[in-house]
Design a protein around this ligand. Structure first.
Ligand code: SF4
Length: 219
C-alpha cells in the first residue's frame, strides 16, 4: 500500500476506512520507501505480520507521479492530515517527499502535514537538512528519540552512523524549531522504562523540545 489509514492497530486502505467510518476527517499515511538508515530492535518492519494484500512492504518504491496520482484520486473532504511514515524512513527520499509536500500544500491548503522520521537526515546527506522542512511544507515533525543516551540509542536503533547519531538527532530536532511549527520527540513506552522516560523528558526540557510517549503496538 502506498497510501493507507491507521485504524485501531490496523493499516487499512482509504476505501476500507470510509466503509468503517463514512463521516468525518482522518489522517492518511504515505508510504514512500522500505529503506532506513537504522535497524531498530523493535521495528515493525520485521515484527509485524500482515495480510499480503494489505502489506506496507513495497515491492517497488512508487514514483512521485504514481503517488500524486493516488493522492489526486482521494476524496479530500475526508482528510485532515497527511503523514509521511510507512515501513521505512521517509527522508531516504527527501527530494521526492518535498515535491509531494509542495503538491499537497498547493492543492489542499487546509490539510496539515507531518513527517515521522528517525531524525538522521543530516548524517545521511552530510549537511544541515532542517531548512528542507521549512517554507510552510511541514506542520509537524515527529522525531524518534528512543533513549536518554547515545549508547542506549545505538543499542536500540543500530543506526548505520554509529554513536554520533544520538547527538546529531537532538541537534537536528532543535534546529527544526526554526522551520517547523511543531517539533515532537518520541519514545516508545514498551521499549523504555519510566526512569529512562524521565531522563528523556529532562533532556527535552533542557533543549526546549516536546516529548511524546508513544504506545507500543506489535500486532
Ligand atoms: S527508524 Fe523506524 S523504520 Fe527505521 S528501523 Fe527504526 S523503527 Fe524501523
Amino acid at each position: 500500500m502506498i497510501i493507507y489509514v491507521y485504524d485501531q492497530g490496523e493499516y487499512i486502505t482509504f476505501a476500507e476506512s470510509l466503509k468503517r467510518q463514512p463521516q468525518g476527517k482522518r489522517s492518511i499515511y504515505v508510504n514512500l520507501t522500505n529503506r532506513c538508515t537504522c535497524n531498530c530492535t523493535f521495528c515493525l518492519r520485521s515484527l509485524k505480520h500482515m495480510d499480503e494484500s494489505m502489506t506496507l512492504w513495497l515491492k517497488q518504491e512508487p514514483t512521485v507521479a504514481e503517488v500524486q496520482q493516488e493522492l489526486a484520486a482521494l476524496p479530500w473532504q475526508y482528510i485532515q492530515e497527511v503523514v509521511f511514515c510507512g515501513f521505512g524512513e521517509p527522508t531516504c527520499r527527501l527530494d521526492d517527499m518535498k515535491v509531494l509536500l509542495a503538491y499537497i500544500k498547493q492543492n489542499h491548503a487546509g490539510v496539515t502535514t507531518r513527517i515521522n522520521t528517525n531524525g538522521l537526515s543530516d548524517l545521511a546527506y552530510g549537511r544541515d537538512t532542517a531548512p528542507d522542512f521549512g517554507k510552510g511544507l511541514v506542520d509537524t515533525i515527529s522525531i524518534s528519540m528512543n533513549a536518554s543516551n547515545k549508547e542506549r540509542y545505538l543499542e536500540l536503533t543500530r543506526s548505520q552512523f554509529g554513536l554520533p547519531s544520538y547527538d546529531t538527532m537532538l541537534d537536528f530536532a532543535q534546529r527544526c524549531k526554526q522551520y517547523v511549527p511543531q517539533v515532537v520527540l518520541t519514545v516508545v513506552d514498551h521499549v523504555e522504562d519510566s526512569e529512562e522516560i524521565k531522563k528523556c523528558r529532562a533532556i527535552c526540557q533542557k533543549r526546549g523540545l516536546q516529548l511524546r510517549v508513544r504506545v507500543y503496538e506489535d500486532k
